[in-house]
Design a binder for this molecule. Structure first.
Ligand SMILES: *Cc1c(COP(=O)(O)O)cnc(C)c1O
Length: 399
């Protein structure tokens, strides 16, 4: 009796602990819609709720836990630095910051790096850099773009529901369709930058066509504008190369990164190539916590895990396996994306599939729109994880 009772409980999804839900309602501004499970622990591609149930994580905290949860090298580096020096401000040289900046520049555009604390902040820095390089210049962004929630980044995020309550926003932003003709027509001698995600994440995982990127590169070259790639979501190995632009025919003048850069801890960076590396003068941009010793030590460890040919080849191979498996499931109308950044367009309500995946299949995924599933698993998954995720999604779609 006791045995079958505990077996039944094992199979019952454990809801969010009621005390947590109640306490949160009292204390936290209602900006987030929470799922019905709370996690107590994570390791690799697995998360565990407070009852000890195991979940397969194919979201990675929205493309953050690329190294998997609590990667021992990231944890070790952070822990070691925590006990040595946590903060001295940017009035002083710090070794981990210089090391990380060198590693980031070397891995991408050469040039120089500004370190901050989030994706939005990295894009704020990029907008300021472009404006400084061309005074009063316009920033061209694409329809469907997502660049963050702070006011400058929000101004570059042309979505009515996100922008409308907070008007007036930053002036001098032009929104164009993601087409070669539209970008070519929009860029002029008054353009400071074209800012775009080479693969749009929040809009539902849309890969920007190579011909559009080539046209943007040419238009920026013709008019002396900066081409800036927001790689906050698609960078750090997500698509099977360290940076997403490395699988396109163009090299941008600058990239922004964040999300997975800290191996699960908060950090952002603007990396500018030679041409824009010395645009800022002392005092023109700063942030208290940017490039702190602990986060830089963690990011260096995360970068060393991700910048690995074997791992990146695995991302490409597993991405193909996941893509083909998704495309073969009933009710999947299209699969978009690259590497392990995939969106599956469904014939049914994606949000309901996400909810049932969590509660019935113990699979963590997410929806970026009413009919789009997003899969951004940790990059350290293996083939068995991919097959297991496909089985769990398949069970919900009637495969
Ligand atoms: C998440 C995201 C951002 C914002 O990053 P935050 O760290 O949440 O500020 C910006 N751009 C892209 C492409 C993102 O996916």
């Amino acid at each position: 009796m006791a045995g079958s009772e505990s077996a039944r409980l094992q199979m019952t999804p454990v809801p969010l602990p009621e005390q947590l839900r109640e306490a949160e309602r009292e204390a936290i501004m209602p900006t987030y819609a929470r799922a019905e499970v709370a996690f107590a622990r994570g390791v690799g591609s697995r998360l565990f709720d407070y009852a000890g149930n195991e979940y397969l994580d194919f979201l990675a905290g929205i493309a953050v836990a690329n190294t998997g949860h609590c990667h021992p090298r990231v944890v070790g580096a952070a822990r070691e630095q925590l006990g040595r020096l946590m903060h001295v401000s940017n009035l002083f040289y710090t070794e981990p910051q210089v090391e990380l900046a060198c590693a980031l520049a070397r891995s991408s555009l050469g040039g120089k790096v500004f370190l901050c604390n989030s994706g939005a902040e990295a894009n704020e820095a990029a907008i300021k850099l472009a404006r400084k390089a061309r005074a009063h210049g316009e920033i061209v962004v694409l329809e469907g773009a997502f660049h963050g929630r702070t006011l400058g980044a929000l101004s570059a995020t042309p979505q009515e529901s996100k922008q409308a309550p907070f008007a007036p926003l930053l002036p001098g932003i032009a929104v164009v369709a993601p087409s070669a003709d539209a970008i070519t027509a929009a860029v002029s001698d008054r353009t400071a930058a074209v800012l775009l995600e080479p693969i749009q994440g929040e809009s539902g995982v849309h890969v920007i066509d190579d011909e559009v990127l080539v046209a943007a590169r040419a238009a920026c070259d013709r008019h002396g504008a900066a081409l800036i790639f927001d790689e906050v979501q698609c960078g750090m190995g997500r698509t099977g190369t360290l940076w997403a632009y490395q699988q396109t025919p163009v090299t941008p003048d600058a990239i922004t990164t964040a999300k997975a850069l800290g191996g699960g801890l908060p950090i952002g960076a603007l990396i500018a190539g030679e041409r824009l590396a010395d645009v800022f003068a002392p005092g023109e941009h700063a942030t208290t916590f940017g490039g702190g010793p602990v986060i830089c030590a963690a990011a260096l460890a995360a970068l060393s895990v991700i910048d690995d040919q074997e791992l990146l080849e695995g991302v490409r191979a597993l991405g193909e396996l996941l893509r083909a498996g998704l495309a073969a499931l009933p009710g999947v109308e299209a699969v978009r994306g690259r590497g392990l950044m995939l969106g599956a367009e469904l014939a049914v309500d994606a949000r309901e599939i996400v909810r049932r995946a969590l509660l019935e299949q113990r699979l963590v995924i997410n929806a970026t729109g009413p009919t789009t599933l997003r899969l951004t698993p940790p990059l350290i998954i293996d083939e068995a994880d991919v097959r297991s995720a496909l089985e769990r999604i398949g069970a919900l779609l009637g495969a």
